[in-house]
Ligand binder design. Structure first.
Ligand code: PEP
Ligand code: CO
Length: 452
């Protein structure tokens, strides 16, 4: 089957906006096709090699960030706080479980959302649903909800400056392990998780000082710099196609809008446009796996997206819901295992556990998040496969969007700081708490997986 960056156009593409101005869309596509890539093919290959270690049971994937990034809340502070909590979580996972955590943000491109309904009706007025800032705007007015191609350019520009700042923070000293104490934000430090983190960070400090005092250099780049990768759902395929470039080194196609791209639960049709597009780029790719997925479907996805069975190429992101994971996941793990596909399995404990609180807020309960992660680990223990990571929606800010956690957030607290553009996110304390709980679930005596 031949593949081209535009071969998806011959397939049905689910969850696409109806762009009112096609001429303008084509003009923007041309402009995007000429801009510099955001990431380089070599970086995507580097991530793929790291994910191959996850597939082998030698590392853990921490993928985290906003449900939807916003054009409005764009600031250096917000990026830094998000990075900070992800660095903290990765340190907790790595130090407590002894397994290195690979850090991938839902960031610098996560601007498009599939929605349950294409339109929304309020008081008899029907308008297109909000599909993320890459497409339209949130306020309920005809002007705001109109899909505007110029937003694709704004998404590119915001991604470029976000990525620039992330590179500066991770390589320029902010992420130096010697600063592990300083990552603890004030509103986190005062909490039980924050104190638990402080104790762990003190141990790391002591270990670094010990190394230095024995003359072992702690000047390795690994100690001074963090490796951090970007990812988003590849939903708006005109954007992804325009940023797809041929790598001059290997002559292969890479989607240079992010290091890793994934296919959402609503767009994973085997013969659909999204699977067609991602099968041809050489980046590491992901696919969400919800409770309706059948073993045949998922093995079909593996065959289509990773026919060469390259470890690290494909990550399956299970999002069953706390109530469905125990029965739903094991048959899929077994089918993929028996088909000999070397995938990374990770757990998104957010999207199967969303409900509307009595205050009308879309929310999730921390206990459900934890229950799904626990069920995910149990299913892997049963199948003899490696629970390779977590995929979560979070922010570094002190928001009140998810219930429960050590603070015991209640429905009446949700209105206090409910700021998400789309789905409810864990706040920094809940994120850190989750990292400690997950680290406890990782089996320190696990044996590496034998890949086919
Ligand atoms: C998401 O990751 O924000 C999302 C929409 O997830 P899913 O495709 O699993 O529903
Ligand atoms: Co979401």
């Amino acid at each position: 089957m031949t593949w081209n960056p535009d071969s998806w156009r011959a397939r049905p593409a689910a969850h696409q906006p109806t762009w009112p101005d096609q001429t303008e869309l084509e003009r923007v596509e041309k402009e995007l096709a000429a801009v510099p890539p955001l990431v380089f093919a070599g970086e995507a290959r580097d991530l793929k090699a790291k994910l191959a270690r996850v597939a082998q049971g030698e590392a853990f994937l921490l993928q985290a960030g906003d449900c939807a990034e916003s054009f409005d809340g764009f600031s250096a502070d917000a990026i830094r706080e998000k990075l900070r909590v992800i660095l903290q979580m990765a340190v907790v996972l790595t130090y407590s479980s002894g397994v290195p955590a690979i850090k991938v943000g839902r960031i610098a491109g996560q601007f498009a959302k599939p929605r349950s309904k294409p339109t929304e009706t309020v008081d008899g007025t029907e308008l297109p649903s909000f599909l993320g800032h890459m497409v339209n705007d949130l306020p309920f007015s005809a002007r705001d909800r109109r899909p505007e191609p110029a937003r694709l350019l704004q998404a590119y520009n915001q991604s470029a400056s976000t990525l620039n700042l992330l590179r500066a923070f991770t390589k320029g000293g902010f992420a130096d392990l010697h600063r592990v104490q300083a990552w603890n934000q004030e509103f986190v430090a005062s909490s039980a998780e924050g104190q638990r983190y402080r104790a762990l960070a003190a141990e790391i400090d002591r270990a670094l000082r010990f190394m230095e005092s024995t003359g072992v250099s702690s000047q390795h780049p690994e100690i001074h710099e963090a490796e951090f990768f970007t990812s988003h759902e590849a939903l708006i395929l005109q954007y992804e196609e325009a940023l797809t470039r041929k790598d001059s080194l290997t002559d292969e196609w890479y989607d240079c809008s992010a290091h890793m791209l994934w296919i959402g639960e609503r767009t994973r049709q085997l013969d659909g446009a999204h699977v067609e597009f991602l099968r041809g780029v050489r980046n590491p790719v992901g696919c969400k796996v919800g409770p309706t997925a059948t073993p045949d479907e998922i093995v079909g996805i593996c065959e289509r997206l990773n026919p060469e069975r390259e470890p690290g190429r494909l990550t399956l992101i299970s999002r069953m819901g706390a109530g469905a994971v125990a029965d739903g996941l094991p048959p899929l793990l077994e089918a993929v295992r028996d088909a000999g596909h070397p995938v990374v399995w990770t757990c998104d404990p957010m999207h199967g556990n969303t409900f509307t609180s009595e205050t009308g807020h879309k929310t999730r309960h921390f206990d459900d998040v934890l229950a799904e992660v626990t069920g995910f680990f149990a299913a892997h223990r049963q199948a003899g496969t490696w629970p390779g990571g977590i995929h979560v929606e979070l922010t570094g800010d002190d928001v009140t969007e998810c219930l429960g956690g050590a603070d015991q957030l209640q429905a009446e607290d949700l209105g206090r700081r409910y700021e998400t553009m789309c789905d409810p996110r864990l706040n920094a304390r809940q994120g850190l708490d989750l990292a400690f709980r997950v680290a406890e679930l990782v089996d320190p005596n696990h044996v590496p997986v034998e890949l086919p």
